[in-house]
Design a protein around this ligand. Structure first.
Ligand code: UD1
Ligand code: CA
Length: 497
């Protein structure tokens, strides 16, 4: 690699075809902004300095770039007068004139890989060119600058679509928009580039013709994998690049030992990390910074964003965000893990369970139909089916603590703040409002009342009524309201009005 490398990333353009309040380069592909992908590829080649040219919506683009690459210099291009103008502004933003090599790239090519950029710069250096163009051969060259070569195959110029002759428009070798320059040559060329062309812009690509004119070495390095240089100008292209990115990411993980049953319905973001022998079942999206450990199985039909799933865990039909699933733990089907969920090793979060800010200790289980919010559960405890951790009093959220080895009954409500001690138990239907000491049993329901002969009385009442057929509950309340304390509370599934 060159001794001194400066990379200029162009990101001042408007991106009007996105029709979005979000700047084009901030639209995401594979869970990362397009410019985030470009900056990652740029960083991979270890430049001495990076300048990012911002303009349109720079109040959004600038801070985003700084958050990803704090050392990047930001150059502001107030009005977009062309790529040549943008590069001039980038160089003016530097403290000193760059020496060595200057690479110019666009901020909207998310599939670009550091390896390609590296090979391009190495080739540029080795050939000691004044200008190198990263070119590609495409089936539909419309809109691109065309690489014009002479009879000997030497690059003569880059001609933009709007300035090209009919014959030049037939050329399928295009300028990707990525160029490498000898810094000294570039500095001189930038002041010579004019804007007397179809668009009235300062074309950076005119530097190629200038170098030719000066008798300097000019050349192109053609990339086989042209997709790496493709940009997204509208949402349809964004989706295409997203699909292609996903195809590449999924393929890479399969090569690294991950089983993906159905690559077509599996989405893995660029920053996800998977261990060997992970299995991903159809309809699964692993997003953001999700990490999955060895032998874990995720899916089918699960979405995990920024989650950590430890080795050997099993996550079935689950939606999770910022949650941690411990080693060998099981989740699902139909579980909703909200931020702050931490399930310990060997633990279980079962069907129709929602959790939030919930630390569930090693081996502890919340198997069925529950809400666990703002809670700490110790080790080896079992929470009965249909338990609600009532964490909100209408104004504030409160915490519930359950100790180790506790066994709580079905259909409980824990009214926070409340604590249930180690080894404690609760009866079915208990509403826990006061702390339960270790080893204690808490029950809150009153003694059961049993009214003998209820069914007979009810049948008699109905026959005596206004011609209602036997066995139908319609009209019972109006015929004889409140006659039996049990009636009218819940209907066990008979006909209803
Ligand atoms: C440019 C190239 C063309 C190449 C194509 C590849 C020139 C003159 N043409 O054309 O040969 O085939 O890219 O996509 O360079 N930008 C700025 N400031 C400006 C103008 C552009 O920052 O004043 C940025 C844009 O945000 C974008 C990049 O530069 O990231 C390319 O600009 P764009 O307008 O898309 O250039 P094209 O006309 O596509
Ligand atoms: Ca473009």
């Amino acid at each position: 690699m060159p001794d001194d490398l400066t990379v200029i990333v162009l990101a001042a353009g408007g991106g009007t075809r996105m029709k979005s309040k979000t700047p084009k380069v901030l639209h995401q592909v594979g869970g990362r902004s397009m410019i985030g992908h470009v900056l990652a590829a740029v960083q991979a080649i270890g430049p001495q300095r990076v300048v990012t040219v911002v303009g349109h919506q720079r109040e959004q683009v600038g801070p985003h770039v700084q958050s990803l690459l704090p050392e990047s210099v930001l150059a502001v291009q107030e009005t977009q007068q062309g790529t040549g103008h943008a590069v001039r502004i980038a160089i003016e933003a530097l403290e000193a004139m760059p020496i060595g090599t200057v690479v110019v790239a666009a901020g909207d090519t998310p599939l670009l890989e550091g390896e390609s950029l590296h090979a391009f710069v190495v080739d540029h250096e080795a050939a000691q060119r004044a200008v190198s163009v990263l070119s590609g051969v495409v089936s539909e060259p419309f809109g691109y600058g065309r690489i014009v070569r002479d009879g000997a195959g030497e690059v003569r110029a880059i001609v933009e679509e709007k300035d090209a002759t009919a014959e030049e428009r037939e050329i399928h070798e295009i300028n990707s928009g990525i160029l490498a320059f000898d810094a000294q040559f570039l500095a001189g060329a930038l002041v010579r580039i004019g804007n007397d062309n179809a668009k009235g812009e300062y074309y950076l690509t005119d530097a190629v013709g200038l170098a030719q004119h000066d008798g300097l070495v000019v050349g192109a390095w053609a990339i086989d994998d042209v997709a790496q240089t493709e940009g997204a100008n509208d949402r349809a292209q964004l989706a295409e690049l997203g699909r292609e990115m996903n195809r590449r990411v999924v393929t890479r993980w399969m090569k690294d030992g991950v089983t993906v049953m159905d690559p077509a319905t599996t989405w893995i973001d660029a920053d996800v990390v998977l261990a060997p022998d992970v299995t991903i079942l159809p309809g699964t999206q692993l997003l953001g910074d999700t990490v999955v450990g060895e032998d874990a199985v995720v899916g089918p039909d699960s979405t995990l964003k920024d989650c950590k799933v430890a080795a050997g865990a099993r996550v079935v039909r689950t939606h999770g965000e910022l949650a941690v699933v411990g080693e060998g733990a099981t989740v699902g089907p139909f579980s909703y893990l909200r931020p702050g969920t931490r399930l310990g090793a060997g633990g279980r979060i079962g069907a129709f369970v929602e959790t939030k800010n919930a630390e569930i200790g090693e081996g502890s289980k919340v198997p069925h139909l529950s809400y666990v919010g703002d809670a700490t559960i110790g080790r080896g405890s079992n929470i009965g089916a249909g338990t609600i951790f009532a964490n909100y009093d209408g104004q504030h959220k409160h915490h519930t603590t359950v100790g180790d080895g506790a066994r709580t009954g079905s259909n409980n409500t824990f009214v926070a703040p409340v604590a249930i001690g180690d080894g404690a138990m609760t009866g079915g239907g208990t509403v826990v409002r006061e702390d339960v000491p270790p080893g204690a049993l808490a029950v809150s329901a009153g003694p059961q009342r049993t009214l003998e002969g209820h069914a007979e009385r009810r049948a008699a009442r109905t026959t005596a009524g206004a011609g209602q057929p036997v066995g139908q509950t319609v009209g019972e309340h109006s015929t004889n309201p409140g006659a039996d304390p049990g009636v009218g509370q819940t209907d066990p599934g008979g006909s209803q009005s």
